[in-house]
Design a binder for this molecule. Structure first.
Ligand code: TYD
Length: 214
C-alpha cells in the first residue's frame, strides 16, 4: 500500500545528465554526513532493490527502440515503486538520510521533457506507484553538454546504455527540461555548477543543504 505519511528522515536526490559526476558527489556527501554521526543510505535509480535492478536491466539494455516512451515511463515508475516501498521509505521512517542518484525528476526530464510525455502523467504514475513521495532537496548538477559527453564517453568506453547512446539533441532536451523543473521549484531543486574539482562541487552541495543540517 502507498503511504502518504510524512517521513522523519531527510531525502536528498542528485539529478543531471550523463557524466555530470553524481555518483562521486553522492559518495563524498555520504562520507561527510556520516562524519556528523548521521545514518546514511546511498542508493540509485533505476535500481536499489532486487526487483528494481531486474527492471533496470530491461530498461538500459537492448535495442534503442525496445520500448516506446509510455512503456519506458511505466517501467521506471514500477522500479521506483519497489525501491520506495522496500528501501527509501523504511530508511526515512527510521530517521536516516537517504541519498539517491536520480529519482522522479529524471523520469520527468527524460520521459516527459525529452520524450514528449506529459509531466502530469509522469506525476500520476508516481502517485500510484510511490505515493507521490518527493525529495526534501534535489541537487541538479550542471555541466556544459560537451564536457559531460566527454566524461561519460570515457567512463562508458564505447558501451553506453540505451540512454547514453541517444543523440546530442536528446541530451540537450533533457538538460533544458531539468532547468525548467528547477525554475518551477526553486526551493526544492538547487542548481549546482559541476564544472569544477570534485571537492569544490562537494562544498557547494553542502552549502545547498545548510538549512537541512542545522
Ligand atoms: P545510469 O547509468 O544510472 O545513469 P548515469 O550514470 O548516466 O547517471 O543510467 C540511468 C539512465 O536511465 C540514465 O540515462 C537516465 C535514465 N533514466 C530515465 O530515463 N528515467 C528515469 O526515471 C531514471 C531514474 C533514469
Amino acid at each position: 500500500m502507498n503511504d502518504a505519511r510524512p517521513p522523519r528522515g531527510i531525502f536528498i536526490t542528485l539529478e543531471g545528465g550523463e557524466g555530470v559526476g553524481k555518483s562521486t558527489q553522492i559518495r563524498l556527501l555520504a562520507d561527510a554526513l556520516r562524519q556528523r554521526g548521521l545514518e546514511v543510505v546511498e542508493t540509485r535509480e533505476p535500481g536499489g532493490t532486487e526487483g528494481a535492478e531486474a527492471i533496470r536491466a530491461l530498461l538500459l539494455g537492448g535495442a534503442a527502440d525496445r520500448w516506446n516512451a509510455q512503456a519506458e515511463a511505466l517501467l521506471f515508475a514500477a522500479a521506483r515503486a519497489d525501491h520506495v516501498a522496500r528501501v527509501i521509505r523504511p530508511a526515512l521512517d527510521r530517521g536516516a538520510w537517504v541519498l539517491c542518484d536520480r529519482f522522479i525528476d529524471s523520469n520527468r526530464a527524460y520521459q516527459a521533457g525529452a520524450s514528449g510525455l506529459a509531466d502530469e502523467d509522469i506525476m500520476a504514475a508516481h502517485k500510484i506507484g510511490s505515493g507521490g513521495l518527493m525529495p526534501d532537496r534535489t541537487l541538479l548538477l550542471t555541466l556544459p553538454l560537451n564536457v559531460a559527453a566527454e566524461r561519460a564517453a570515457q567512463r562508458d568506453a564505447g558501451r553506453a546504455d540505451r540512454f547514453g547512446a541517444r543523440g546530442h539533441s536528446f541530451h540537450e532536451a533533457v538538460s533544458a527540461a531539468f532547468l525548467m523543473l528547477a525554475a518551477r521549484e526553486p526551493e526544492r531543486i538547487r542548481i549546482v555548477d559541476a564544472a569544477d574539482s570534485a571537492e569544490a562541487v562537494s562544498s557547494r552541495i553542502f552549502e545547498a543543504l545548510g538549512d537541512l543540517l542545522s
